[in-house]
Design a protein around this ligand. Structure first.
Ligand code: M6R
Length: 609
């Protein structure tokens, strides 16, 4: 994990780097640093802690060089500290790195035997020493980088500069994302496009095994043998404003409020309500292909896995195709039964999650047809899959995923309808009705968001609870898990999600008058059963916070708190139940004064296994 940036141009280099790093802090924020030329020498400033500390540190300095690299860290090798912060410099070579060098101990030993002295516990430092060693042996900067990369195993996105070539910057990528920004007389490298959207929307997306040499106003992409590659730049239509807070206290709050529009963007251009038709830009199957599908396997991590769980209900219910779901980190090690008759769906907001990416490769290796549901355009997973459905949620900066999740649910619903229609498992009239219901959802979500202040009051009332239990059943069981995960991630309160029917098999022992139990009661075929769970909680003096479809007087009477949820089709109810749970978690965390957008120990995109 970590965010990297590099700049070659005429602006104030330190400012471009720190501004860009601010937009990459979601990738890690335990330490930060920059390397910038000043009077022909590379100056390094780095520190443990957030970027603000680095900014303070350099606020009175000025650097006159126009080449620089920067880094915001999420520790993997070596705890957060000043000396483990990047950039790492050996001789005249400075390096920033995102990823893990698996053979660093072996390389370090070899270099130490040659007299190199290491100053950090990181795997990254070995890269700067290795390149420097090769330069000292007579290689040019570029050759040294290439030869060093050939010796590395593991993942990396790198920004590299060398004191001997002031106007050159090299970037490299293997299994960690790196984009090249092409500005007006200036060039950038970055882990992600929002870092430099203020300056350009034209990008080259590097592939694994590629390096980019920035010099003389040009970005030359090459492979590791030095062969020049022609890669067409792409235009990214996210605006810089989309990556700003826009008046909200936190990105997470902004992103929660953006959900109605984000869902509209997921649906836009893909459905015709009148014809009952669904289509995707980069995914279509013939009737025969759909009929030949023996199963769908959905794989993802974290919140995206919760979307996978909901997706299983949707696809099985509508299309009647069996669906397996897997947590990506488990999938690849259990020798999954995947074959040509499998449609493998991988879900990832970032499109860079290492476990999901590895699972995708495993599925493809076994012959599955792959489809990615991704938010980040041109991300690794999107590019490696046979097909992709983009969620079009826009940049999600808050570490806790919100709008990406909601739009994943919309995309899965569309996919389920598409498969069902193609297979002929539901009638055209039903498809039209289900699409009509989907089109109502953004408006209903807006209605829920109007009640935000009520959720805020509720959050304050229960912010001192030490544990929460979330209960849901059927398609809303994954939403109980998601509600609990949101609370854990940002408020640091212990929370568990459970299938409501399982409560009596164990968790009921936890219930006492201190324990808020959030119960999700949808208008579906298990409503009465969940009502029974509310009784069980009440009988043990637990506090019932009910989220219930419709305005049911019975629940109003039984629950300590009631959040009414607009009525909709059961398959779409998870979308609406999610929104108050996100806000509840947000307001609890904010009330506790936590760093909502950058919760402790977490990073937005987990690009290491
Ligand atoms: O980018 P991805 O969707 O692949 O990320 C997967 C998880 O790391 C992510 O959903 C994580 O659980 C979030 N912090 C949840 O809020």
């Amino acid at each position: 994990m970590c965010g990297i940036i590099g700049y070659l141009g005429n602006k104030n280099t330190a400012t471009v780097l720190t501004e860009g790093l601010k937009r990459l802090e979601y990738r890690g924020y335990d330490s930060a640093g920059i390397a910038v030329f000043h009077d022909d020498c590379i100056q390094i400033r780095r520190t443990e802690g957030k970027l603000a500390i680095l900014e303070q540190m350099i606020s009175k300095e000025s650097f006159n060089g126009h080449t620089g690299i920067g880094h915001t860290r999420w520790a993997t090798h070596g705890k957060p500290s000043d000396r483990n912060a990047h950039p790492h410099k050996a001789g005249g070579v400075a390096v920033v790195h995102n990823g893990i060098i698996e053979n660093y101990l072996h390389l370090k030993k070899t270099l130490q035997n040659k007299g190199h002295v290491f100053n950090s516990e990181t795997d990254t430092e070995v890269i700067s020493h290795l390149i420097n060693d090769l330069i000292e042996e007579g290689c040019s900067f570029e050759d040294a980088v290439r030869r060093a990369l050939q010796q590395l195993s593991g993942s990396y996105a790198l920004g590299i500069m060398f004191e001997g070539e002031k106007k050159k910057l090299i970037g490299a990528r293997n299994e960690s994302p790196l984009v090249v920004g092409l500005g007006d007389g200036e060039l950038f490298i970055a882990s992600d496009t929002p870092a430099v959207l203020n300056y350009t929307r034209e990008f080259i997306f590097l592939d694994d095994g590629q390096i980019v040499v920035l010099s003389d106003g040009k970005a030359a992409v090459k492979d590791l043998t030095g062969k020049t590659l022609r890669i067409e730049p792409r235009y990214v239509d996210w605006s810089p404003l989309m990556a700003e807070k826009g008046g909200y206290k936190h990105f997470m709050l902004k992103e929660i409020f953006e959900q109605p529009e984000a869902m509209i963007n997921t649906i836009r251009g893909r459905v015709s309500r009148e014809k009952g038709a669904i289509s995707f830009e980069d995914f279509s199957l013939r009737k025969k292909q759909i009929e030949a599908l023996r199963r769908v396997a959905i794989v993802a991590c974290g919140t995206s896995f919760h979307a996978a769980m909901v997706g299983r209900y949707m696809i099985e219910r509508l299309a009647g195709i069996p669906v397996d779901i897997d947590i990506a980190s488990e999938f690849r090690y259990r020798n999954p039964l995947i074959d040509k008759g499998t449609l493998m769906v991988v879900i990832s907001q970032s499109g860079e999650t290492a476990d999901t990416r590895a699972a995708l490769r495993e599925g493809k290796r076994k012959g599955a047809l792959s489809l990615a549901i991704c938010n980040v355009v041109e991300s690794s997973i999107a590019r490696e899959s046979d097909h992709v459905i983009y969620t079009h949620a826009g940049p999600e900066i808050g570490v806790a995923s919100t709008k990406a999740f909601i739009t994943q649910l919309v995309a899965l619903y569309l996919l389920a309808l598409y498969l069902a229609k193609g297979k002929g498992s539901i009638e055209s009239g039903t498809v039209r009705n289900l699409l009509a219901e989907l089109i109502r959802i953004p408006g209903l979500a807006k209605d829920l968001l109007r009640n935000a202040s009520e959720y805020q009051t509720l959050a304050r009332k229960y912010a001192s609870a030490r544990n929460f239990l979330y209960l849901g059943r059927g398609i809303n069981y994954p939403i109980a898990l998601e509600g609990a995960l949101k609370l854990k991630e940002i408020s640091y309160i212990h929370a568990e999600g459970y299938p409501a029917g399982e409560m009596k098999h164990g968790p009921i022992a936890l219930i006492d008058r201190e324990m808020p139990v959030v119960v999700l009661v949808a208008n579906d075929d298990v409503r009465e059963k969940v009502m029974g769970n509310i009784e069980e909680v009440r009988a043990r003096d637990g506090i019932v916070i009910a989220l219930a479809s419709g305005n049911d007087p019975e629940i109003r009477q039984k629950a300590d708190e009631l959040i009414p949820i607009p009525d909709t089709a059961p398959l779409l109810s998870p979308i609406l139940f999610t929104i108050p749970l996100q806000l509840l978690a947000y307001y609890v965390a904010d009330f506790k004064g936590n760093d909502v957008d950058q919760p402790r120990n977490l990073a937005k995109s987990v690009t290491v296994e």
